[in-house]
Write a protein that binds this ligand. Structure first.
Ligand SMILES: C[S@@+](CC[C@H](N)C(=O)[O-])C[C@H]1O[C@@H](n2cnc3c(N)ncnc32)[C@H](O)[C@@H]1O
Length: 290
């Protein structure tokens, strides 16, 4: 069989999906271990029966809504390639806003030392990107050991393992006060689970059926309980943080008002702004002077 015939076979398997041709090309290139350019340039090349079986298996998985990132084993984020598997949330484009804002906040004074805290790191996409973009230190936490294993691999493959430290545990509990010593600035970022089961129902089947539920859903209340708990931990440890500390939280746009109220209750003296995503929806809650 040629690559071109295999592409037609996989395209038929994906008939009920959106982006049929794009996905079919990616899956066939992945099965052939070649680039998209090579696939396009040499459609006449013959493929082994093993490659045919692999491509069909990928096609059947996709037809059952398995996310492309889990089949391919990677997702690109902020211009870099991250390993992903079923234990981690697939990094989302909207989370790039959180990273952009954190990079913007890093003090321009070259003698300043900034520490990033990435709470709920998942694949490590945020932690690794911050280290790679700024060459500053990052401490990242997660309650999932399987996720932390993926995050460590990403730090190694993107060559920032000397800058990023991973800690297992809930919220700020693994962050010892001594970790903050010697830093003039701390930027705490969190993209913690913030959906309720009701909000989750609005998500596509490939999210609901395949992504880890403990990376998506927080509580039955308003989805913000993990953020509430984390901000209370910040308030209790206020003195351990330097004066120059900022907190950035990713939210669902439908939570903007309730998030603002939550912050005012827990950190009444903080300055709050909420940044929009590319669609203009409120997405990143920024807190300073807390
Ligand atoms: C929405 S995912 C975000 C992953 C990653 N930060 C990203 O933006 O792609 C949330 C992550 O928080 C972790 N998590 C859930 N509860 C946690 C807790 N109490 N403390 C720390 N991490 C937690 C989950 O295991 C999951 O990896």
């Amino acid at each position: 069989m040629t690559r071109s015939t295999l592409l037609q076979t996989v395209t038929v398997l994906l008939q009920n999906q959106s982006h049929v041709l794009k996905d079919a090309r990616l899956l066939v290139a992945h099965a052939c271990n070649c680039s998209l350019e090579d696939l396009r340039a040499h459609p006449e090349r013959s493929v082994s029966s093993r490659t045919v079986s692999r491509a069909k298996a990928f096609g059947r998985k996709r037809a059952q809504d398995t996310p492309m990132a889990y089949i391919l084993g990677y997702r690109d984020f902020f211009g870099r390639r991250f390993i992903v598997n079923k234990h981690v949330l697939i990094p989302r484009p909207e989370t790039e806003h959180l990273v952009e804002e954190a990079v913007r906040l890093v003090s321009k004074n070259s003698s300043h030392h900034t520490l990033f805290l990435d709470i709920g790191t998942g694949s490590g996409a945020v932690a690794v990107t911050l280290a790679a973009e700024t060459r500053q230190h990052v401490v990242a936490t997660d309650t999932s050991r399987s996720a932390l294993r993926v995050a460590c691999k990403n730090a190694r493959s993107l060559d920032v393992d000397t800058l990023v430290e991973y800690k297992h545990g809930s919220l700020l509990q693994p962050i010892k006060p001594s970790y903050l010593h010697g830093f003039d600035q701390v930027i705490l970022l969190a993209n913690l689970p913030y959906l309720t089961f009701e909000l989750l129902e609005d998500s596509p089947r490939e999210v609901v059926a395949y992504e880890p539920i403990q990376a998506l859903v927080s509580d039955e209340n308003d989805g913000l309980d993990l953020y509430r708990e984390m901000l209370m931990e910040c308030a209790a440890r206020r003195r351990a943080f330097p004066q120059n500390t900022q907190i950035l939280l990713e939210i669902d746009p439908r939570q903007a008002l309730v998030a603002e109220t939550m912050v005012q209750e827990i950190l009444p003296h903080t300055t709050i702004s909420i940044l929009p995503d590319l669609a203009g929806h409120p997405r990143v809650v920024c807190l300073s002077d807390f």
